[in-house]
Design a protein around this ligand. Structure first.
Ligand code: SF4
Ligand code: SF4
Ligand code: SF4
Length: 272
């Protein structure tokens, strides 16, 4: 039963959020929404433990398509970072603000960057590209994320300061254009750097929230030093270049771990 602890914890966390929001906001949507996401993620973790090869892709599609197509395109909720700023500035604790609070700001204190491994609709596509294991050294380009983060903030603040009308409508088009741009840049970078996750490592503005919060994550991959034979297989297979054999929170690229479990499956000594 111990090995199923992670999916059970995740399901409990999502259900707690679903029920709390349903009762406090008096809106059944939150119960259905967070229950669906929690069940999908927990199912994925369960299938991963059962060594089902496509478990993570399955969850990415279940959650990513739901958010992109249903919430984004049909319900017209901008769940990207500019949508977060928009709802924050309007003082509405709905949609993108709740999504960010749960998945990207406070949730990472519990499940780290689980969002990036199991739910993000950008990575849902990027993870199908051919460079699952990076073929090149990591570049020192992480500073770009602060520029994209600032640009999103300036864009939305500018709309408010200029008293532009019908910003909600603009947000919908920003969501569509932003996603097309993310996919294009993400795919080009993946091929240019021979690394599916290059966009996540250098460009994605959301990591400005995700990285510091996931530093304190409750759920982490740890290494049993007694079992480890320092073969290095875990590091070679890691899509995010994490030094997972170092158990300290300051381990190299520690805040990049997306909990994909590739290292766990690869370890010949079951040390992770
Ligand atoms: S880093 Fe950004 S693009 Fe990559 S998976 Fe996380 S949220 Fe998605
Ligand atoms: S391979 Fe391991 S250390 Fe690397 S991102 Fe996946 S779970 Fe984290
Ligand atoms: S794959 Fe396992 S045994 Fe090899 S270095 Fe990593 S943790 Fe140690």
């Amino acid at each position: 039963m111990k090995k199923y602890r992670l999916p059970i914890i995740l399901l409990a966390v999502f259900e707690a959020v679903a029920i709390s929001l349903w009762l406090t906001k008096d809106n059944l949507f939150y119960l259905i929404n967070f229950s669906y996401i929690g069940l999908s993620v927990s199912l994925g973790m369960f299938l991963l433990i059962k060594k089902f090869k496509y478990a993570r892709h399955l969850v990415q599609l279940l959650v990513g398509l739901y958010m992109l197509i249903y919430l984004g395109l049909i319900c017209q909720e901008n769940m990207q970072i500019e949508g977060f700023w928009y709802y924050l500035f309007t003082g509405v604790f709905e949609a993108a603000t709740i999504h960010y609070a749960v998945a990207k700001i406070f949730g990472p204190l519990i499940f780290g960057r689980g969002w990036c491994g199991y739910a993000c609709w950008t990575a849902m596509v990027l993870d199908f590209l051919p460079y699952k294991k990076p073929k090149e050294e990591r570049k020192k380009l992480g500073w770009i994320r602060y520029i994209t983060f600032a640009l999103a903030l300036i864009f939305v603040a500018g709309l408010f300061l200029a008293h532009v009308g019908n910003i909600e409508h603009i947000m919908f088009y920003a969501f569509i254009i932003g996603n097309i741009a993310y996919y294009l840049i993400g795919i080009i970078l993946a091929f240019a750097f021979k690394d599916n996750r290059a966009f996540c490592k250098y460009i994605c503005p959301i990591t400005v929230f995700l990285k510091p919060m996931s530093y304190f994550s409750l759920i982490r991959i740890k290494c049993d030093k007694e079992k480890c034979i320092s073969c290095g297989k875990c590091k070679r297979v890691c899509p995010m270049d994490v030094d997972v054999t170092d158990n300290s929170r300051k381990r190299k690229n520690g805040t990049e771990c997306i909990l994909c479990m590739e290292c766990v499956h690869e370890c010949p000594k079951k040390a992770l």
